[in-house]
Design a protein around this ligand. Structure first.
Ligand code: ADP
Ligand code: ZN
Ligand code: ZN
Length: 739
């Protein structure tokens, strides 16, 4: 019998070792090893035992067979071969597309097996009748035992629930659970998760009859899917238009045909309610991932998927790599969310990787959003994606009423407070009616741009169309090209002295609210009060329990949660995000304002929104006030065309980091020179990055622009090749496409 050799990538993220090495597969391991297996190998002269990934198998030795060492062990078994192979192929594609080492990509797509302690799953059930439980919940409410009340209320609604979900999403400790158990209110069961057949039956008859708008989309999808057409789809649907219901119907269709589904949801929007909604519909064939899972727990979930124990995986970006044997659909909800882009190498975007994964698996990608990214809309307009719209909210109240208030006019009237007269009177009204208000302060890009409170003028770079940033030395600096000018304390447009950086933070607003409305109960949510996910869900659930009248917060509060009693949303400083030095500023502003407005009037009561701004005429503000996505898109794509920004042209950012700024600059110049050889349309830099120094490491960036994406990939390859054949040193180089 001929020998079998495995091509193995070493599990060390070192550019020099980013190639495969051949190992002989001993007889006894042949059954176990497949492409994608994690293996143990002897490495180097000392035969140090280290880990690696098998990326190929063959019968042909590449070097003298006697010099090939044998594999020590195969660490992963129990995997069906096909999805693993696809994932390895996907990793190769990611390395090619986003740069970095192959091992970095492999680590992203293949979860590493950690010590698996077969964790017991605990199920919590009511041990008393519903009526009794309601009485008990009422008692808890009176005694302010909010955690107990939350849990019991949840159980009244859903019957039973998984403990880990309770802990992560309702933020209830095991102590509370034990206390309720000892009182005989609830019972704990182990290892029997969502297997109650009764609840499936109930759910089957429960789910909604689709509206015509929804049904048309599902029908078109089903027809194409059964014919084997796999074009990606984009659903543009206003908040509350029933997108999730459409996704569930599509998933049901795919699962009926014996295939599986991945449902991506941004971590922050991945709430207990959402997971429960899928579980009620699909029962125990659903699982979910979130960032709190340990490597082992995550591996367990992936194992369940590859063994065929589940059909649907819900989770953030990383759920994309669930090794389903017959993947049929990948859904990307809130497609515009920035968290779909990875921050570390490889800096991949879930949308593009999903499309490649779907291509390998013969699956369909479905994206949905109330404010689709300009990129996705652009591709849909070009016919690359099928495009669907859901224009109506399911409930007949329609969208909230939006008022735009020009704060320059307020100042002229003599109103120097942060509340416009309109917002003030509506807040008073809500307090009287015992309805809730959210005050949202748009702080994205607070990093020191200078604006005039009288005319709204913002100091901009004459060369770059981005705002200048005020530095401590009194200079206004462009972070793109390095242009500087002296800050004069006087508005260059109108001569007013009311000019400076915007300082109103959440804390000041909270104080202002307390001063203006002494009787109101106020909660604040920002990076200080919500340091981790626990604080975050604690604040949200206490607001949702009616423990406060007004919630003040940053963009953290506009996502995910539904507050049925919120009927007023005030947006303070709507323009702050317009002047970040980023070509996506308009898009971010439109998203934020639209999503913030979407928080008002989600249930029976209809809502009102006040947008306070210094630039009511800016198209991103005007379009979000009119809740008109198409108007926004037309203006925005015009701007991108004019300036040659993505998605019209593509951009490669090469980020160079070094403790020594001279070395970084030198490397920047070399890489810019290498880029020049491919003659792209434009090269900018090297110049200090927006974040020019981080933890004493200097950062420089080279931007390369070209309408041909492939040319940028070629430039990246050339740069990497040069780095491979030259001493690595301590300079780090990272690539980011369409940053
Ligand atoms: P989106 O995901 O677009 O925000 P959802 O799917 O969450 O919208 O739907 C909003 C609300 O309307 C949910 O409470 C959902 O249960 C309900 N809903 C959705 N579709 C229907 C329908 N066809 N009939 C009745 N209610 C529906
Ligand atoms: Zn001015
Ligand atoms: Zn500039």
């Amino acid at each position: 019998m001929s020998e079998v050799y495995a091509d193995v990538i070493i599990e060390i993220s070192h550019e020099k070792l980013d190639r495969s090495f051949q190992y002989r597969v001993p007889e006894e391991l042949r059954e176990k090893v497949v492409v994608g297996s994690r293996v143990l190998i002897p490495f180097g002269n000392g035969n140090r035992e280290i880990g690696g990934f098998c990326i190929g198998l063959s019968n042909i030795p590449k070097i003298d067979a006697s010099r090939i060492k044998p594999l020590k062990d195969v660490l992963t078994v129990e995997r069906s071969k096909k999805p693993e192979e696809q994932l390895v192929e996907l990793a190769v594609w990611m390395k090619q597309h986003y740069g970095g080492t192959l091992i970095q990509s492999l680590k992203v797509v293949l979860p590493v097996k950690a010590d698996i302690k077969q964790k017991e799953e605990r199920l919590i059930k009511l041990a008393i009748g519903i009526n009794e439980a309601e009485v008990f919940a009422e008692e808890c409410r009176k005694k302010h035992r909010t955690a107990m009340e939350r849990l019991v209320t949840e159980l009244i609604e859903y019957g039973e629930t998984d403990y880990s979900l309770v802990r992560d999403k309702l933020n209830i400790s095991m102590t509370t659970v034990r206390a309720l158990e000892s009182k005989g209110i609830i019972g704990l069961e182990t290892k029997k998760l969502y297997r109650n057949p009764e609840s499936f039956e109930k759910s089957e008859e429960q789910h909604a009859r689709l509206t015509d708008e929804q049904q048309r989309i599902v029908n078109d999808f089903s027809k194409n899917f059964s014919m084997g057409l796999r074009q990606p789809c984009l659903i543009n649907g206003v908040t509350g238009s029933g997108k999730t219901e459409v996704y569930m119907e599509m998933i049901a269709e795919v699962v009926r045909s014996g295939r599986q589904a991945i449902m991506l949801i941004p971590e922050i929007a991945l709430t207990f309610q959402t997971v429960m909604r899928f579980m009620r519909r699909f029962g125990d064939r659903v699982s979910y991932l979130h960032s709190k899972l340990s490597a082992g727990e995550r591996y367990d979930q992936f194992l369940r998927a590859s063994r065929g124990e589940i059909d649907i995986m819900i989770g953030p970006r990383s759920a994309l790599f669930t090794p389903f044997p017959r993947l049929g659909i990948i859904i990307i909800d809130e497609e515009h969310e920035t968290s779909y882009k990875a921050e570390n190498m490889p800096k991949y975007h879930a949308r593009d990787v999903a499309i490649e994964r779907a291509r390998l698996a013969d699956a369909t990608v479905v994206m949905g959003s109330a404010t689709p990214s300009v990129e996705a809309s652009f591709r849909a307009m070009r016919g690359e994606y099928r495009y669907y719209e859901l224009k109506h909210r399911i409930s007949d109240k329609g969208l909230p009423t939006v008022y735009t208030v020009d704060m320059r006019a307020e100042l002229e009237k003599g109103n120097r407070t942060i509340f416009s007269d309109k917002l003030y009177s509506l807040m008073e009204d809500r307090l009287r009616k015992k309805e809730q208000t959210i005050l949202f302060i748009n702080r994205r890009g607070m990093a020191g741009f200078v604006s005039c409170r009288k005319c709204g003028h913002v100091s901009k770079c004459p060369h770059c169309d981005v705002s200048l940033i005020l530095h401590k030395n009194g200079k206004l600096v462009c972070h793109y090209c390095g242009y500087e000018e002296q800050f004069t304390h006087v508005c260059s447009e109108c001569g007013s002295k009311y000019i400076g950086t915007m300082k109103a933070g959440t804390e000041q607003i909270e104080e202002a609210v307390k001063k203006s409305f002494p009787g109101a109960r106020v909660l604040r949510m920002d990076a200080d009060t919500a340091k981790n996910k626990n604080d975050y869900s604690k604040i949200l659930s206490s607001f949702s329990n009616g423990e406060a009248d007004i919630l003040v917060g940053t963009q953290m509060i506009v996502k995910g949660h539904d507050f049925p009693n919120v009927t007023l949303v005030g947006v303070l400083a709507a323009d702050l995000s317009l002047y970040t030095n980023d070509y996506r500023a308009g898009e971010r502003t439109f998203d934020l304002l639209t999503q913030a407005a979407g928080r008002a009037g989600r249930a029976e009561k209809s809502g009102e929104v006040v947008i306070q701004t210094y630039s009511p005429e800016h198209y991103a503000v005007a379009a979000s006030a009119a809740q008109d996505y198409n108007k926004f898109y037309d203006e925005e794509i015009g701007f991108r065309k004019l300036c040659g920004y993505p998605p019209i042209e593509h951009m490669l950012k090469v980020l160079i980091e070094d403790k020594n700024p001279d070395s970084a600059m030198r490397m920047g110049k070399i890489l810019a020179g290498i880029s020049q050889e491919s003659s792209p349309e434009k090269i900018i830099g090297p110049a200090p990055d927006t974040l020019s120094k981080l933890k004493d490491v200097f950062r420089f960036a080279v931007y390369i622009k070209d309408s041909n994406y492939e040319k940028l990939v070629e430039i990246k390859d050339n740069c990497e090749q040069w780095r491979q054949s030259n001493p690595v040193g301590r300079t780090s180089v990272q690539f980011d496409f369409d940053p």
